[in-house]
Design a protein around this ligand. Structure first.
Ligand SMILES: Cc1ncc(COP(=O)(O)O)c(C=O)c1O
Length: 452
């Protein structure tokens, strides 16, 4: 593990209590000097180095990574070609500030995005540094393009924590508590979760949830608090990420497109977590042939380097100089990492995400048949959610059990992370192999058995 030339491990290796003695020192220093606002889980991973799908902690313990730094390290940790691209660019030019000067990297990546994003070409791209900034850009752009200021978003969504995107975010009260009223005029609609239809609990899985959400928007919101001609944008995750890895139904997405077309509303799709090959296609929208007006991308685009982009129909992005810009956004080193990442995704990793994702899903479905506490296994590609319940008759959410399983996996050397209240997300690097899946699922199985 300590050298890139060594053969990768085949299994995790846990040698110390977790966290180990060196890890405990770091956690102590962190508790003293670092903000306590990070929503860290109950288990404590203190990473020192990472390669491919393996993480080594400061005490020499080795973990199989099925979270990828929260769905970021799409090409695996420190992919040698990504590292080489970063090193080369860092030696040539680290920063120039694209807000004031020109460099080839910006149009190069923007042109590539024009080719691959689900937004119909021609497009234009705005560069920032994170997911939340990509969302901020989309919000400002929609207001600018429509001259309107209301937005529609969905409960359990996560779009970021800066004040504009926080007005959309609604996956936990802790994200909002203390920050007073919303900065933006956003109204929330229940997300059409097909496993737990919020509109009719007895009618799950046949498009009823999707229709419920559309009716709510058209019959309730538009006719009462939110006239459609005042709505700038509808912001949606095609697969809810932090909310619990919940894919949207097709009829819902098609309905949103229809509603937006009818009323001149911008359809803003947040692909920050679901994009860049994660779902087995380049974008989750591609599974539904969904054509957003604006798309937000971050996380997996730079294999770990900070980059957030907002790509929009070119005719919308006609704002004037000064309207929106960022000093670091579109930094040449981050763009070099992104161009290499896209090359690797197109060169086989999107396909691998689909193939290994199918295999992972079928192995997890076997566990569902074995354990009555698994209520639902869902998702596409390597974006799979496993929802824990008290039992499948009641389907009552089992958040404590989920937390125990998460911690038991960690103790056995598997890094996975919760999403929503009672779901575990599988979001490994897209280089994951079937052999890795066998190891991961075997640990998951043992962790569930030990947690019941
Ligand atoms: C769908 C989605 N949008 C936006 C964000 C915010 O991204 P960032 O943490 O880079 O600001 C996230 C982060 O988890 C996300 O999952």
């Amino acid at each position: 593990m300590s050298s890139t030339t060594m053969a990768p491990p085949k299994r995790p290796e846990i040698k110390t209590p977790l966290p180990g003695p060196k890890g405990q020192e770091i956690i102590k220093a962190d508790a003293q000097f670092v903000t306590p606002s990070y929503p860290r889980p109950s288990f404590m991973l203190v990473a020192e180095r990472a390669q491919g799908v393996w993480i080594e902690d400061v005490d020499g313990n080795i973990f199989l990574d099925c979270n990828a730094g929260v769905a970021v390290c799409s090409t695996g940790h420190c992919h040698p070609e990504v590292v080489a691209a970063i090193q080369k660019q860092a030696a040539e030019m680290i920063h120039m500030c694209g807000t004031d000067y020109y460099y080839r990297h910006m149009p190069q990546l923007a042109q590539k995005l024009d080719e691959i994003v689900p937004v119909p070409a021609p497009t234009r791209t705005h560069f920032a540094n994170s997911g939340t900034e990509a969302v901020e850009t989309a919000l400002k752009l929609a207001m600018h393009a429509t001259g309107r200021e209301k937005f529609i978003a969905f409960f359990n969504s996560f779009h970021g924590r800066t004040l504009g995107s926080l007005s959309l975010t609604s996956s936990r009260a802790a994200q909002r508590r203390g920050f007073k009223r919303q900065a933006l005029d956003v109204v929330h609609v229940p997300y059409p979760n097909e496993f737990r239809n919020p509109f009719n609990a007895a009618d799950c899985g046949d498009g009823g949830a999707g229709q419920g959400a559309l009716t709510w928007i058209e019959e309730r919101l538009f006719k009462t608090t939110t006239p459609p001609d005042e709505v700038a944008g509808i912001v949606v995750e095609v697969v809810q990420g932090e909310g619990g890895y919940v894919p949207a139904p097709r009829n819902f997405l098609e309905g949103l497109r229809r509603i937006c077309d009818l009323h001149g509303i911008m359809l803003i799709v947040d692909e920050v977590q679901s994009g860049m090959g994660r779902t087995g296609k380049m974008f989750a929208s591609d599974h539904f042939d969904l054509k957003p007006d604006i798309v937000c991308i971050a996380k997996g685009i730079g294999s770990g380097l900070p980059l957030g982009v907002c790509v929009a129909r070119a005719d919308l992005m006609d704002w004037k100089p000064g309207a929106h810009a960022s000093t670091f956004g579109g930094n040449p080193v981050c763009i070099a990492a992104a161009l290499k990442t896209i090359e690797l995704l197109e060169g086989g990793l999107v396909r691998n995400s689909a193939e290994v994702g199918n295999y992972l899903k079928s192995e997890l479905e076997k566990l569902k048949r074995k354990y009555d506490c698994i209520g639902d296994v869902r998702g596409m590609g390597l974006m799979i959610g496993v929802e824990f319940v008290a039992d499948r008759t009641s389907n009552k959410p089992a958040p404590e059990l989920r937390d125990r399983v998460e911690a038991a996996c960690f103790e056995r050397g598997l890094v996975i992370l919760g999403a929503g209240t009672n779901t575990i997300r599988w979001s490994p690097p897209l280089i994951l192999t079937k052999e890795n899946v066998d190891v991961g699922v075997e640990i998951f199985d043992r962790a569930i058995a030990a947690s019941l």
